[in-house]
Write a protein that binds this ligand. Structure first.
Ligand code: ZN
Length: 96
């Protein structure tokens, strides 16, 4: 298991809850492997995790943006685009 780039404690990234937690990979589908490799994941309380996947698109977007910012602090924007094979049109921070 890689080390998360977003948190060091094992607690819910949103609430700080330390009970039963799920690990959420921030970039899913064919980007899940890279998410794991680069530590783009967070701990979430189970109900928040389920809600995120079922209907909370705002939370999903917030996590993707926060993680991209952190990734680019550590590596670079180019590396982010490269690793996650993103197209500029999906790049959320570029809208300044
Ligand atoms: Zn998840």
């Amino acid at each position: 298991m890689s080390k998360s780039i977003l948190q060091s404690e094992k607690e819910c990234f949103i609430t700080g809850y330390q009970g039963q937690l799920d690990r959420h990979h921030i970039y899913a589908g064919n980007r899940r492997k890279a998410s794991e490799k680069y530590g783009c994941w967070v701990w979430l309380r189970h109900d928040i995790h389920m809600e995120l996947h079922d209907r909370n698109k705002a939370l999903d977007r917030m996590l993707r943006r926060t993680c991209q910012e952190r990734f680019e602090e550590i590596y670079s924007h180019d590396e982010f685009m490269d690793v996650f094979n993103m197209y500029e049109e999906f790049y959320p921070i570029a809208i300044a």
